[in-house]
Design a protein around this ligand. Sequence first.
Ligand code: NAD
Ligand code: ZN
Length: 357
Amino acid sequence: MAAKDNLSAVLRKVNDIQMEQREIPQPTDTEVLLAVHSVGICGSDVHYWTHGAIGDFVVKMPMVLGHETSGTVVAVGSKVTSLKPGDRVAVEPGVPCRMCDYCKGARYNLCLEMKFHATPPYHGSLTRYFAHPADFCYKLPDHVSYEEGALLEPLSVGVHACRRAGVTIGHTVLICGAGPIGLVNLLTAKAMGASKVCITDIDASRLERAKQLGADWTVQVNTIVKETSAQFADRIIVAIGGHADVTIECSGAESSIQSAIYATKSGGMLVLVGLGSANVNIPIVNAAVREVDIRGIFRYANCYPLALSMVASGKVDVKPLITHRFTLEQTLEAFETARTGKDNAIKWVKYPLRNDG
Ligand code: NAD
Ligand code: ZN
């Protein structure tokens, strides 16, 4: 019976995703029950699948994957007044404790008690039904599609990074790495007023897509003739015609972080989004004496409303980021496509799980 069907993509252990039936949960007083519509696959989903861990987060128990989600409200808890059955929503996947200093200080992304979809030990959203706190669900206007709703998750990473970078009107922005996260930063930086954006990558097809999405300049890493990170930065500076006001590093590669420092103007800002090796060697004295500020980011806090309004107002078009669509039953094929990047797949691959529009 359809109402009992809660097919879910469960990561049991490394390289082992099983499609399993799970109980449909009851929402608590403050939760809503959601029928999932679209879920994007993120690099982290693929990494848990292929490695079973990201840093200290280790998959020790079977875990439902997926955290870029939109769906329809099918039931509401007794205290929920903001949503009603039938509402279409985007789901912010991390629910913090709401009690600690970070939560009270509006930096709830740093909460030590964060329960984030598909970050062990918490289940994700690649399932037909799940319950979620109503205040972490954002109602979608009629003209914003479910797929766009799911993409508010990575877009929020771009919003948080560009906010922490202080991107503003007239800025020249350098983005290192043209994967999905680099691309959402490109779109956000432009929406926030950046005049020009330069983007780098190793992969020519990714740079081509970045150009289609509005990058003003692309600079490809030369993998045939070895160049130093300072030489690569010089090529960026020549392309831009000067240093970048702010740089957003979205590859996590050591050499790219090095070039990012060299290519940022004195007094500028470098935001580290990419997470690669735990320890990297960087030209710290160069950054220090030129007062290049270096900041990290971790996910986002209070970014969904802006991400939604950027999409709803037409300032940002995330639709071109969606390259592939699969059903829930095709989960393994979807993960394989995301892992290999074949057919120029951008990392996240959509699952319209239902056919209700
Ligand atoms: P991705 O692997 O699809 O993209 C990374 C891109 O960087 C690729 O296109 C790759 O070709 C390119 N690249 C590799 N080496 C490079 C180099 N030396 N110079 C320039 N480009 C290079 O990954 P993604 O999904 O776009 O995510 C990007 C990074 O952001 C990952 O490290 C991910 O873990 C991280 N991330 C961080 C946060 C956060 O909260 N800090 C959130 C989401 C993702
Ligand atoms: Zn907290």
